[in-house]
Design a protein around this ligand. Sequence first.
Ligand code: GLN
Length: 275
Amino acid sequence: MRISELVKELECIGVEDPKTEAQLIIEHLFGVSYAKALLERDRDYDSEKILEILAKRKEKIPLQYIFGKWGFMGLDFFVSPDCLIPRPDTEILVYEAQGLLKIGGSVADLCTGSGCIGLSLLSTRADIERLVMADISRDALEMARKNAHALGLSSKCTLVECDVTRSIPEGRFDMIVSNPPYIPSIDIERLSDEVKNEPRLALDGGEDGLDIVRSLVERVPEHLNENGYFLMEFGFDQGEKIAQIMEKKVTDGVYKSYKILKDYGGNDRVLVAQA
Ligand code: GLN
């Protein structure tokens, strides 16, 4: 199969960006880079494996789950339907965390999923003393464990199975990071078929999407050292509500200050608060 034929097949399936997906599939299966594939436009690739992937894409299984791994912060993370697929916008949270965490600090990653936030932070900040990764899903934690091991970071990591709306792992940390579920329940049905193949547990944030967010904002300060930071991702249209919640918390003296960072699309996306 030629790359142009693959693009057409993907178009017929209705994938959002057939050209990019075609390139990614060719690179994944045959190790041919984007530049090389362009030069060798007429190359005929072995169809068998391509057809297997196309069959799965027809079922709207995300490419990331088909590949079983996906890039985040320049690292490869194992992913499966047990965890959310890492998104580029989440890297904004990690970049900020890299700059804010004190030397030798401790970190907790709540609702860790694949572990991509905590582990990518740990991989670029060798001074981090320990990383606790918590998730309500045992299967997601297995994925985080696998990623910690593959990245050679296991020795500093502790995995905790818990519902963060009931309890946060014991102790105090210099930084707490989180990408909790934040999609309003009613909006889940409107998501793309691909996103609907991601775990609902990682997406559904209750009636207005903020059930877990509110609970975290409430509980996190008791688990932060003085001047510690809380960085949390939230939904593209939730900035105003988050600001309202945080204004009150700052007035009440629960947090010292907060700011909101925008994502690559210019939407409010990340809360950065200092205890
Ligand atoms: N960013 C994801 C999406 O837009 C949602 C992730 C989450 O709920 N934490 O589908």
